[in-house]
Design a protein around this ligand. Structure first.
Ligand SMILES: [Mg+2]
Length: 163
């Protein structure tokens, strides 16, 4: 296990909607930095599944939300912004510091009061460790339908965080 890829909470077999308000309260956070692709939306979908939309509505009652995505396609990010009622920042280059400054300005919370939620150890979780955020790793939304090579790539990445 590589320490900087270890999340505070792991949901290996479930998507983001398994995370409860109580889980996040136990991490003592006030704000969430959400990954986009494969965490709250299937890649290229530009729309929310009803069960995810419901989860976001619930989370919004308790936490400040922002989406931080490495997706570089501005027209796609603009399209996604139209279906979200909280901010989204694209071209973030996680785990590097490019997008995080703006996200921190918007959230206006100290680092330890923020949790990153995402499906990738090497971007989302690493970012959280670099900035002292809490972190939750979830199963990718399309993990069950993706090609074999992607499945194995994910396995390798997840193998870094096994105890
Ligand atoms: Mg992702």
């Amino acid at each position: 296990m590589i320490p900087f890829l270890k999340p505070d909470i792991i949901y290996e077999k479930d998507d983001v909607t398994v995370i409860t308000v109580q889980d996040l309260k136990s991490l003592n956070v006030n704000a969430l930095i959400l990954d986009l692709d494969n965490t709250i939306m299937a890649p290229k979908a530009a729309k929310l599944d009803p069960h995810i939309e419901e989860w976001l509505i619930e989370m919004k009652k308790h936490f400040k939300l922002i989406v931080l995505s490495n997706n570089r396609k501005k027209h796609y990010i603009d399209k996604v912004q139209k279906v979200l009622d909280f901010p989204i920042l694209g071209s973030a280059e996680k785990p590097w510091p490019v997008g995080i400054k703006k996200a921190m300005e918007i959230l206006n919370e100290s680092h330890e009061k923020i949790a990153v939620i995402g499906d990738r150890p090497l971007t989302d979780i690493w970012l959280a460790h670099m900035y002292g955020f809490k972190s939750v790793l979830v199963r990718a939304l399309t993990a069950h339908t993706e090609p074999r090579w992607k499945f194995y790539l994910r396995k390798v990445e997840w193998s870094f965080i096994r105890r």
